[in-house]
Design a binder for this molecule. Sequence first.
Ligand code: GLU
Length: 476
Amino acid sequence: MTDTRVRFAPSPTGYLHIGGLRTALYDYLFARATGGKFILRIEDTDRNRLVEDATDKLIQSLLRMGIELDEGPGIGGDYGPYIQSERLKLYHREAQRLVESGHAYYCFCSSQTLAEMREQQQQNGEFVKYDRRCSHLSPEVVKEKLASGESHVLRLRMPDERKFRFNDLIRGDVEMDSSQSDDQVIIKSDGFPTYHLAAVVDDHYMKISHVIRGEEWLSSTPKHIWLYECLGWDAPLWVHLPLILNTDRSKLSKRMNDVSVDSYLEKGYLKEALINFIALLGWHSADDREIYSLDELCDVFSLDRVSKAGAVFDLTKLDWMNGQYLRQMDLDHLIDRAMPFFESKGYSLDHSDRSRLMLSTARERSTLLPELVEYCEMFLKNSKLEGSDLETINAESSQAVLKSLLRSFDAIDPKDVDELNSIISQIQIELSVKGKLLYTPIRLALIRQAHGPDIFSIYAILGREEALKRLQSSIN
Ligand code: GLU
């Protein structure tokens, strides 16, 4: 069996989005599961859509998610360069072979000519495609036009009547008709190849065994198969991943800012949860287990468990999954992940027992990292009471509870929660108050809100000094 070699081949037109991450992840998992290689190739032949820094950002995003590259730009490998704009000679050489074998021809039609042609065909109710007028030019005329520097493209002559049959590892046998295929431009007037030629040439020379890509490329596959035939090469195996859908089953938009992978991390999703969630967008395990680490996925992933039905991107499920990871993650790791979110709000977070206790309390009630900060604010800032809370704490019975608590602090100064517990029991007996009347004023004094964790956790998190300060300031 030949070695598995798969590639993720994004165009550097922006950030890594959810669909791109899913393709990269499936490529990576398949490579790891089969002991093969995962390659990154940058498809930058559409010069109008280039975005500066996009390649670096893409690589950073992949690495940030834990997806390591075996070959690619900046990493190297035996089949580079891995950026298409650095491989132009190769595409021209192969394009020339296609011209010589009669599979490709020069086209000198201006965009105006093409527009008129399109309009005419539309008026006649015909299928819009290039009418091949330039394919009838004599070799002498072509030579002359080329010599005079006339602007031109190269087109691939598609077969007229041909059923393309191929096997897709996810979809099974696929059949497509060539009669609707246009004579595809393979070299543009700027001298750059189009995606179709460049991808086929690179997949061949990079010894790609499986082309794994989104379903939107399925309709291009006949063109690619035809290119392989014309160039005399064996085609790789085809794997078209299911579409990713919104919950209303419309196609998840690539342009929606919201779906960049980095924006999810910035919103406070954990990369582990995101990876786990994305892995399940089309793939599921034999036992329908849902929680998998990246390493575990590398062991169990297989293409035969990828479905061809569209996969719904359900944010509620991602939230649920993030909550699971938040609660199960090693606490010190969680503190490291949460730290930037605390710092961005002007709070500091460390690995002290108090911070650890605070986070372990907060994570039981949070879904995203910023929610940890929100939850912890009751410990981190001493806000002013207003409205009904202010009324409650100023009530006579509340003040009696707080004064009594303060007196006990002066007398005993509780070092731990057990001592605090006995003090509160004493107050309960002394003032014969219990339940809400006892605990609400204490909570309002200590955390400035009527609801929150139990008093003993609050006390342990605040520490004696801070608790005392807050208590004192709550007494009129
Ligand atoms: N450059 C294409 C893209 O942007 C790659 C398609 C393929 O994997 O063949 O998605």
